[in-house]
Design a protein. Structure first.
Length: 150
């Protein structure tokens, strides 16, 4: 498959495949990683094109996995997820697809879980600190207002 190709290309491709093997990656993450390894721009573009052809990187698939994972594991809201996806190099359509892939019922269970954890940690909880905490987790003020019955 790769026997007659440029050795630098092979090395960069194999490195990228290992990098993508740990978890889903965005195109920008792979690009940044290859730049940090001092590969030439032309070679990097060839590697990224090949990775896309192989299905190793797909921004839409990455957006969905990232959004669902951060909501479930880190208990992040849509605002924080959106910001992080933007910084991962995704466009508005990919970001919206990723956020839309979060199940609405699960999303609000996560919000309730954040509230429960906060209340369990604080013996004398402050409503305004709770609101601030939820906003910092990336939930909108409307979602917070509904959840804590303001």
């Amino acid at each position: 498959m790769l026997s007659n190709e440029d050795p630098d290309f092979r090395k960069a491709l194999e490195y990228s495949l290992r990098f993508c093997g740990y978890r889903e990656r965005s195109k920008k993450e792979v690009l940044d990683k290859l730049i940090s390894k001092n590969y030439e721009k032309e070679l990097i573009q060839k590697v990224i094109n090949r990775l896309e052809d192989l299905g190793a990187i797909d921004n839409l698939r990455f957006a969905k996995a990232f959004a669902r994972g951060k909501n479930r594991s880190n208990r992040w809201g849509k605002i924080k997820i959106r910001q992080h996806l933007f910084h991962k190099g995704l466009n508005e359509i990919e970001i919206n697809e990723g956020i839309d892939s979060i199940d609405e019922a699960d999303y609000f269970k996560v919000l309730e879980k954040n509230i429960e954890i906060y209340l369990n940690k604080h013996s004398n909880p402050d409503k305004y600190k709770l609101i601030s905490h939820l906003l910092s987790k990336g939930f909108s003020s409307e979602e917070v207002a509904k959840s804590i019955k303001l």
